[in-house]
Design a protein around this ligand. Structure first.
Ligand SMILES: Nc1nc2c(ncn2[C@@H]2O[C@H](COP(=O)(O)OP(=O)(O)OP(=O)(O)O)[C@@H](O)[C@H]2O)c(=O)[nH]1
Ligand SMILES: [Mg+2]
Length: 380
């Protein structure tokens, strides 16, 4: 299939009739958010600093320090995730409730379960795996909907556990370069801002590169986030400036300034899709001229509301760039949260975090058990 066709398919814009021009993403306005912090930190000093010696390199850092003294955690965290997943949960639990009030787990019931899981966006492969698990362990037994939910949560958690990995930032890279890619409107820029907020809260020095240079609004959007999070934003000298060159300059300056994490935003759309992919490749190529291990992480941001389409997006982006991990956003607005299970089963790529809202705090680490139990409507 031609890349253009595949792209049309995966962005959901393809039509049998001549395709309508895709609408501009509604990203001009800054997302509705809590007010900016009252006392933003002063701008980052630009003075070059010597590179840290390997001996000074800090230990590996994860985005959420597990031992953070949050009074509400983990209860508050679970409640938040559960609230975010409410629509996906309702879809699945309503279906389970209607089929398994008290019923023998025979072939017909298993078939219905499989259909239900596919309907909840878990994908054919994961649905098949889960049903096989049920067949092995529970076939012929009479089950209630609560038992089905508990068993489902276990099966789902087993699929998710291997991919639930935080994005590990290694300070010795100085900066650790994170390239953020994805189709338009999935939440790339917002996710970058959320990551910036989290890393800064951990005491890391964070810069963001406004690599979506073609839309002035995209640059402004990141600048607004820069003000909110206190992270410095590298902006193009003029609209349409070369994104690869900007990223390269940003990297050089960030290194000189002793930055720990450099988050590089990219465009979700250019005038055509192959141009977008070519630009992405160029950004990677140019960064690698500095150091072949850069980008250290390439995050593909997926919008959960697109359901199975997200699976196609991973396929296409994996061909273009070396995707090292996923972030799945908009789980709060989606009844298709089950797609995370499909993604885990299909690709085994790390899922670093999930977005459950528009605020900076709404990027949550991805926890297999919590996610699985939330998805099927069980309590912590
Ligand atoms: N409800 C909800 N909205 C989100 C989430 N993440 C992002 N958004 C919203 O989705 C919209 C698009 O987000 P952006 O971050 O601008 O998306 P993008 O991928 O950078 O878009 P382009 O730059 O056009 O490719 C914004 O209105 C965000 O506030 C999320 O987890 N939940
Ligand atoms: Mg953007």
């Amino acid at each position: 299939m031609a890349l253009r066709d595949l792209w049309g398919k995966l962005t959901g814009k393809a039509q049998p009739a001549p395709p309508p021009p895709p609408p501009e993403p509604a990203l001009v306005e800054a997302p509705a958010l809590a007010p900016p912090p009252p006392a933003p930190e002063p701008p980052q000093p630009e003075a070059p600093q010597p590179e840290p010696s390997p001996a000074e390199a800090a230990p590996v850092l994860a985005p959420e320090p597990p031992a953070a003294p949050e009074p509400e955690a983990p209860r508050g965290f679970f409640a938040r995730l559960k609230a975010g997943l409410a629509r996906s949960t309702a879809k699945l639990t309503d279906a389970i409730g209607s089929v398994f009030t008290k019923r023998k787990l025979d072939d017909a019931a298993l078939e219905e379960l499989e259909e239900m899981l596919i309907g909840a966006d878990l994908g054919v492969s994961a649905a098949g795996r889960i049903v096989e698990g049920f067949r092995r362990t529970r076939f012929g037994r009479e089950v209630t909907d609560e038992e089905v939910k508990a068993a489902l949560a276990e099966e789902i958690a087993a699929i998710l556990a291997p991919v639930a990995q935080p994005l590990v930032i290694t300070r010795e890279h100085a900066p650790h370069v994170v390239l953020v890619v994805g189709v338009n409107g999935t939440g790339k820029t917002t996710t970058i801002a959320k990551l910036a907020e989290q890393y800064r809260a951990q005491g890391l020095k964070v810069w963001m590169v406004a690599g979506d240079t073609f839309r002035a609004a995209a640059v402004e959007q990141l600048q607004v986030w820069g003000e909110r999070t206190g992270a410095h934003v590298v902006v193009p000298a003029k609209p349409g400036a070369d994104a690869a060159g900007l990223a390269f300059d940003g990297l050089r300056d960030a290194r000189a300034a002793g930055v720990d994490v450099l988050l590089v935003d990219t465009a979700g759309r250019l005038h055509n899709k192959s141009a977008l992919m070519e630009e992405l490749r160029k950004v990677v190529r140019v960064l690698k001229r500095d150091d072949a291990t850069i980008p250290h992480s390439t995050l593909l941001v997926l919008d959960a509301t697109t359901g199975q389409n997200a699976v196609s997006q991973v396929r296409v982006f994996k061909e273009m760039v070396d995707v090292t991990g996923l972030v799945v956003t908009k789980l709060d607005g989606s009844a298709k949260g089950g797609v995370v299970v499909a993604l885990a089963q299909e690709f085994g790529l790390p899922v670093h975090a999930v977005g459950v809202g528009e605020k900076a705090a709404d990027l949550r680490p991805f926890e297999a058990r919590d996610f699985a139990r939330s998805l099927v409507g069980l309590d912590d």
